[in-house]
Design a protein. Sequence first.
Length: 694
Amino acid sequence: ADRTRGATVTVSTHCAYCALQCGTRLHHDGRAVGVEPSPDFPVNRGRLCQKGWTAPALLTVPDRLRTPLVRRADGALAPAGWDEALDLVASRLTRLREEHGPDAVAVFGGGGLTNEKAYALGKFARVALGTSQIDYNGRFCMSSAAAAGNAAFGVDRGLPFPVTDLADADVVLLAGANPAETMPPLMRHLARPRLVVVDPRRTRTAEQAVLHLQPAPGTDLALALGLLHLAVTDGHLDKEYLDTRTTGFDAAWRYAVAWWPERVEQVTGVPVADQREAVRLLAEAGRRYVLTGRGVEQHSKGTDTTAAFINLALALGLPGRMGSGYGCLTGQGNGQGGREHGQKADQLPGYRMITDPEARAHVAAVWGVDPDSLPGPGRSAYRLLDALGTPDGPRALLLMGSNPVVSAPHAAHVARRLAALDLLVVADLVPSETTELADVVLPVAQWAEEEGTMTNLEGRVLRRRALLAPPEGVRTDLEVLHGLAVRMGQPAERFPVSPRAVFDELRRASGGGRADYAGITYERLDAGEALHWPCPDEDHPGTPRLFLDRFAHADGRARFAPVEYRDPAETPGAGHPLHATTGRVLAQYQSGAQTRRVPDLMDAAPEAHVEIHPDTAARYGLSEGDLARVTSARGSTIARVRLVRTLRTDTVFLPFHFPGAGRANLLTGPALDPVSGMPEFKVSAVRVEPWQER
Ligand code: SF4
């Protein structure tokens, strides 16, 4: 605790939810927990959103899991002791491995896990289970931006500059990002710049823009190609920057040349004059940024679309310059750190590729194992979920920090695959739609009950601190992994339960890698140092701004990507005449497993809804407040109609936070980006019709 005054204990920590990781001070007076924003944390300085203000309610949710649950012979989940539950899981995992090989058991993690948990989970999979079958829900969040960023710059860090730099910008282009609703405190940094927003919806962010480009869903790649075309033909190319800091422009231009403004207007619906104005605003400003978000990334061509916006930024000479740049607004709380430490199917800690012999040798030495014993790359998230319980797929899954029955695409299919497993083990703090399918549920500590670190969207490593001990009967995820590993024959010291010990090992494992934490210590963080990776030694000040001298490729240059337009996997047609796009609302977070238990948030956003233009609603016989059935080729969802004029008349919008028959992901499909494995959350073809409650 930072201080104790009378009976009140106070700790400085960070929010329970999104990637902004707003600084908070939590107080406990012996009866209740209070929260206030940190006055001096630069990201949010004195501000929180509604979710942050109400986060203490998570600590007292009435249905908190407090004992392990095991599915009994009668089919019901019933309370069990920890030894019984862990013995059962370890023995069944061991038997499945022996009978069917190590890839018969799989692991699925989450982008909200602390760095320590993400690291320990990856190590547990590769060492204790020996399986290649691990991935995480960040695949559904950040993977397209990560793939495009790695290809362009040689390393991917959401914002390669402090978020506070945005406050001095003159113009910011936001492509598929709606921070006014998803992370409101960020908007204080966007108060000065003129905003150009690319979004099929007129979002709260778009309402603050000087220019809103509203492309048809799934066509933003054509728009990005067109903006590059105009940057060239209207004479805005930064030729010196191209010559000295980049390669590959000619190949990228070969595709963009065919996207003249009138053709772009025909495909996207964005008027030529608006395209030209967007490029002019961006090109003629002094300090300018291009930022992307899930709107352009969650597509079966998300990597190429993100790359096309990076191409635009490169053509204008923005990345790697003081006061300008490209960045991606990460979503989940540890969306950045969660992807650096080995939860991804193809990566080891420090952003090391699992196929790289040197990387394997380095990490194996830290783990004290033979490099040849480490598995190779596994399946990406949706492919992994899709393979569960199939003849060639895993027969058991350990799931930590994720609720895929709500958050994964083609959710009904994913639920069927989970139900087909021989063994599903879920570690979570509350019951969820996924724990309902589990054979074993393990109750774990949350946010303000344990120590650890998170890495926010600007690559800054932050200390999360415990205000309270976990409730009686609850263990930490690190204790769970330790308990299972020991039961499966691993030396106890190989899986420490102390977050600090895990972090110190993570530092060594990441050392020399692309996301290098070697010089970051709990002591330095506790002393208040602002440490952005890479930070290779304890005398290093960290790196708030990347790429100022060179990009991370061997030749120091950024790469243009040659990207070609293609349609979404589904376009509206007979039977399904509308686009459906999914996203978030301010008062809910991810699958809603946490926020749907917070009364104030439920008052603000109580149920599944579908936003629809009044003209479209009238065409299909729908009025405000009606229930509508929305149907795609995968299935139907039932949602309350909200009439809005912020949408195109060919598009409906559904938030994805709600359970049961209101799941937006009952509609989304299995089309994946071929590079990143990102599903196509943002475009499905649907029809809408009135629905009567029975
Ligand atoms: Fe928490 Fe994100 Fe809201 Fe900040 S913006 S208070 S981190 S949910």
